[in-house]
Design a protein around this ligand. Structure first.
Ligand SMILES: [Zn+2]
Ligand SMILES: [Zn+2]
Length: 350
């Protein structure tokens, strides 16, 4: 049978069976457990999406799918049901991301490190802002997503993690505590970050930012994903890169990495001619919505660029250059030791 090829009629028959048996009997009959990711919404009632999608196969293909026949991806069943014209909703809202916690923490700080109530207008305003942030996909949210109650609860989770709070922390995760301690260590900088995100969302600039999960794997910044993505978008701006390269060449400079001196043309010949990456040197919490100036960009090779972004805090190209110099100095002192000889690349035939 072709998995996922289910019709609306089959789903409706399955829903009827579900209603007749009741939830626990229905799930037990077909060996499914309660849905953890998505529910199917039909005529005001909720159904376990995976079980319904699996059992619907019975009508279209002669037998129900077993739970283990759902290969990977938590949203397969949801996608099939949506294709058949049904409404899907997330069972549970996603965990708070760093960007969101930064916004909540900023509010708690402004309130003298005390939690705020759901009726507080600042909580209501923040709730609206969080709902506009492009961090979580619409399909992963349900109707309670970052509502004033949830936001108020988060402010108490953060406030009760403050070192001066006399009682026990209410709840919340390790990330709450991490962000809180960043605020305590660098209050001005973190407040600046929160302001930038707020302006970016209100102005729409950060609202439409595509967030690519894969590409963020090698990137780390305490300022959160939104500002980091804007930073990357600036660096990738082709026109800007062209202008920077032209300006450097016009001044008689070479297209060499400002950290390690690597020159693509020197190593790769024609293939590398004219190639270099640009790194935006202005710290995330200082780079506002304004235009990027050519002096904000540094020429950097692909390796050094990766190494700068790999871990926060990001070194400047000069700092990374010093690190490379120090390493080179250390390596240069090693050759007298026998272990370094063994590390020489093999020169024999392959
Ligand atoms: Zn380099
Ligand atoms: Zn960069």
């Amino acid at each position: 049978m072709r998995r996922g090829a289910i019709t609306r009629a089959a789903v409706l028959k399955t829903i009827a069976e579900y209603d007749q048996l009741g939830r626990s009997k229905f799930l037990a009959r077909y060996g499914f457990s309660e849905a953890r990711s998505y529910n199917l919404l039909h005529e005001g009632r909720e159904y376990d999406s995976k079980a319904v999608a699996g059992v619907a196969h019975k009508w279209d293909h002669g037998r129900a799918l077993l739970p283990k026949e759902f290969s990977g991806g938590k949203d397969h069943a949801a996608a099939w049901l949506k294709r058949a014209g049904f409404e899907i909703k997330a069972v549970k809202n996603p965990d708070w991301a760093r960007d969101e916690i930064i916004m909540a923490c900023h509010l708690v700080m402004a309130n003298g490190w005390k939690g705020l109530n759901a009726s507080d207008r600042r909580v209501i305003e923040l709730s609206g802002l969080l709902q506009l942030m492009p961090i979580h996909a619409e399909t992963d949210r349900n109707e309670k997503f970052r509502n004033p109650n949830g936001v108020a609860r988060k402010t108490f989770d953060i406030a009760t993690r403050h070192p001066d709070y006399p009682g026990k922390p209410t709840n919340g995760g390790a990330l709450d505590a991490e962000v809180l301690h960043e605020f305590l260590a660098r209050p001005a900088e973190m407040a600046e970050v929160a302001q930038l995100v707020r302006h970016g969302i209100t102005a729409g600039d950060l609202q439409t930012l595509p967030l690519d999960d894969d590409e963020n794997l090698d990137y780390s910044a305490p300022e959160g994903r939104l500002l980091m993505s804007r930073h990357k978008r600036r660096e990738r701006n082709k026109d800007l890169r062209k202008k920077k390269i032209a300006a450097v060449l016009k001044q008689g400079g070479a297209l060499a990495c400002e950290a390690c001196g690597f020159d693509f043309e020197e190593v790769y010949g024609d293939r590398g001619s004219g190639y270099i990456e640009c790194h935006h040197v202005v710290p995330l919490h200082e780079a506002g919505e304004g235009r990027t100036k050519l002096s904000d960009l540094a020429l950097i090779c692909a390796n050094c660029h990766r190494m700068i972004h790999r871990r926060a805090p990001w070194p400047t190209p000069k700092e990374l250059g010093n690190l490379i110099e120090n390493r080179r100095g250390a390596v240069a002192r090693i050759p007298s030791q026998p272990s370094a000889e063994a590390a020489e690349p093999a020169t024999g035939p392959l």
